[in-house]
Design a binder for this molecule. Structure first.
Ligand code: PEP
Ligand code: CO
Length: 450
């Protein structure tokens, strides 16, 4: 039997349209946009509501300290790089980091890709000028092209359909890899094949050897390994383009409740988190687990207003605060916020994004970040929660599985001169594969210390 939504619920899903929405593209042809969104409304959901429910339960466990969330992927996925190799490399990086954290700190890891839908970006300026020519800024592949020509930079709603298709092929490959045997923990060595000649990989190889030995012991002791064959791997992206997110918001036939079926987990960005804004309104009406980015200017009142809107009943796992304060500020700014939220009593999952508060321009002009600063923010996050007796619930990072040179530092020391050799991101700098593993080893130690 299929349960339908009430008229009130359906009307509520349209309410955001009457509220100003920040960071939306100026689509040149509204009729073309409407044609696209009515097509999207007919297409199948990308995720199942029941999966979003199981993720919500896991986010609740992370808020209690019984699991740790690892959310990672590109700042901006691109259509051109939605290839099998790139996707596999990202999945493998997240699986390896999760193995390091699980084994190093004896805690289950909730794996959440910034993948299969991360195609839209808020930008600080609407326009970009180069050599006297001014064009609309690049807002992600779901909106326009990165090439600096008028044709490419004009927002094109057909791109929303391509974003859906790339999300579908990406989530399909994620499901194939994580359910089809690739993620089997017995392959923990194989994930590292071909990468032996640097300290982070050597350290990983030692850990993989220990995991192998532990598994041979359990095998000999008669443990059933079926549980290790598959892993749960969830999708997430910033819910920025409200026309797209609304078109993929569907009624769950089991319950009559709305879910956003474009991803399991959606977050609201630092620039669109106004409690009375359109993004918060739309996401307040779906049942998925929801995140909100909180920057250094967030007040306790802001946080409580978001809780009132997004999780009035205090449902465990529903609301995640992803703090991105910057390494220099986190120890000063985070404690007051955590205290206010904790005093309220409604549960929140605290996740650290050590990337977005630490972006700098290198002397040679690249937008970059330093691995040491990133790790310092994570350390500050753990220190604050430890001092307050609250729970550091997870980590949110921009990473890729490839050997790019976008973030400074690491044991294979990327310096300013090296940035030019493989700087590929279209928006923010990402940890490369070995910097990601290095971070996982450090965070495992912090988790253990906790
Ligand atoms: C992002 O996650 O890429 C992003 C834009 O973050 P924030 O909203 O925290 O600035
Ligand atoms: Co980013």
């Amino acid at each position: 039997m299929s349960i339908e939504a009430t008229d009130e619920v359906l009307a509520g899903l349209e309410h955001w349209r009457g509220i100003p929405a920040a960071h939306q593209p100026t689509w040149p042809d509204i009729e073309a946009l409407e044609a696209v969104t009515s097509e999207l409304r007919e297409w199948p959901p990308l995720v199942f509501a029941g999966e979003a429910d199981s993720l919500r339960a896991k986010m609740a466990a992370a808020a209690r300290g019984e699991a740790f969330v690892l959310q990672g992927g590109d700042c901006a996925e691109t259509f051109a790089e939605s290839t099998a190799d790139r996707i596999r490399n990202k999945i493998r990086t997240i699986l390896q980091m999760a193995a390091v954290l699980t084994y190093g700190a004896s805690v289950p890891v909730v794996k959440l890709g910034r993948m299969a839908g991360q195609y839209a970006k808020p930008r600080s300026s609407d326009l970009e000028t180069r050599d006297g020519v001014t064009l609309p800024v690049y807002r992600g592949d779901a909106v326009n092209g990165h090439a600096f020509t008028a044709a490419s930079r004009t927002p094109d709603p057909e791109r929303l359909l391509r974003a859906y298709h790339h999300s579908a092929t990406t989530i399909n490959l994620i499901r194939a890899f994580t359910q089809g045997g690739y993620a089997d923990l017995r392959l923990v060595h194989d994930w590292n094949r071909g990468f032996m000649s640097n300290p982070a990989y050597a350290r990983y190889e030692v850990l993989a050897g220990e995991i192998d030995r532990a598994m041979r012991f359990m095998d000999a002791a008669g443990v059933d390994f079926d549980a290790l064959k598959t892993v749960d791997f969830y999708s997430s992206h910033e819910a920025l383009l409200l026309d797209y997110e609304a078109a993929l918001t569907r009624i769950d036939s089991r319950t009559g409740d709305p879910y956003n079926t474009s991803a399991h987990f959606l977050w609201i960005g630092e620039r669109t988190r106004q409690a009375d804004g359109a993004h918060v309104d739309l996401l307040s009406r779906v049942r998925n687990p929801i995140g909100v980015k909180l920057g250094p200017t967030t007040s306790g009142d802001d946080a409580l207003a978001l809780m009132d809107k997004l999780n009035p009943e205090g449902e465990p796992g529903r609301l995640t605060f992803i703090t991105r304060m910057g390494a220099r500020k986190i120890r000063d700014v985070l404690p007051g916020l955590v205290e206010r939220v904790t005093a309220d009593g409604r549960p929140v999952t605290w996740v650290c994004d050590p990337m977005h508060g630490n972006t700098i321009t290198s002397p040679s002009g690249y937008k970059t970040r330093e691995l040491a600063t990133i790790l310092d923010e994570v350390r500050g996050f753990f220190e604050v929660h430890q001092a307050l007796g609250t729970v550091p619930g997870g980590l949110h990072v921009e990473l890729t599985g490839d050997d790019v040179t976008e973030v400074l530092g690491g044991s294979e020391e990327v310096d300013d001169a090296a940035l030019a050799s493989r700087y590929e991101t279209l928006v923010d700098p990402r940890l490369n594969h070995q910097q990601s593993l290095e971070m996982a080893f450090d965070v495992a130690e912090m988790l253990r210390g906790n």
